[in-house]
Unconditional design. Structure first.
Length: 244
């Protein structure tokens, strides 16, 4: 009941001639009831605001990722350029260190740790892992890295690294990468045959291939005579062993 309704009721009571109650008590009760209703509406409104504030805080945490571990953003990479010979490179189990490898007349700006020169001549170089996983026979290329000097690149998929073109092919468990020699080197191309499943990735293969230097005295098969037995193809080497 509002204050207006209360006054109207009192006026009607007075008009009937009956004894009228004290209006002060009724007015006080009316004001108390109105105040209680107002406070209830305020409490309900504040509760709604509190719920919205909690939901807002939860959303902020999810968006900013505060609970996620810190780390590099997606797409970032600290991997050095494959053609940078001054920086050690580690990938897939093979580590290339900036230490010169000499297999005259071929030299390398990088050295694969755990691999050693097993055979060398004017036509190329054989490098084998040191873990005794391959044969020590110089005519057996299985599981070994073979570097050959040829008249031209072998062809295949082209990759450009630091302005230099590399040709990549894969067959029978080996990946072959070839590139032309530098302007101050004997004219031709170097071709490296990498055994698959020995820890070489394409990046490390490209980096090591780019580090090869062909020196004076290197010969292309057919120009300076037939290749020595240590630089035969895998097929020829297997056939030769079968005949012996």
């Amino acid at each position: 009941m509002t204050e207006h309704d209360l006054k109207r009721a009192l006026s009607l009571a007075a008009a009937t001639g009956g004894s009228a109650p004290d209006p002060a008590d009724d007015l006080a009760r009316a004001r108390t009831a109105r105040t209680a209703r107002t406070r209830q509406r305020v409490r309900v409104g504040l509760s709604g605001l509190a719920v919205l504030a909690i939901v807002g805080v939860g959303t902020t945490v999810a968006v900013t990722g505060q609970d996620a571990p810190s780390g590099p953003s997606a797409g970032s990479s600290n991997t050095p350029s494959p053609g940078a010979p001054g920086t050690p490179s580690t990938a897939g189990g093979v580590q290339l260190v900036a230490a010169e490898l000499d297999a005259t007349p071929y030299t390398f700006d990088l050295t694969p740790q755990g691999w050693s020169v097993q055979g060398q001549n004017a036509f190329g170089v054989t490098i084998a892992p040191d873990d005794d996983s391959v044969s020590d026979h110089p005519d057996d290329f299985e599981g070994k890295l073979v570097i050959m000097f040829e008249a031209r690149p072998a062809g295949g998929r082209q990759v450009e690294v630091d302005g230099r073109t590399f040709w990549i092919t894969g067959d029978s468990g080996y990946t072959t990468i070839s590139t032309r020699t530098a302007a101050d080197e004997p004219e031709g191309a170097v071709r490296l045959q990498y055994p698959d499943d020995t820890g070489w990735t394409e990046d490390t293969m490209l980096a090591f291939t780019a580090s090869v230097h062909v020196g004076e005295g290197a010969e292309v098969p057919g120009r300076g005579g037939p290749p020595e037995p240590g630089m035969q193809s895998l097929t020829d080497a297997r056939n030769e062993r079968g005949r012996s």
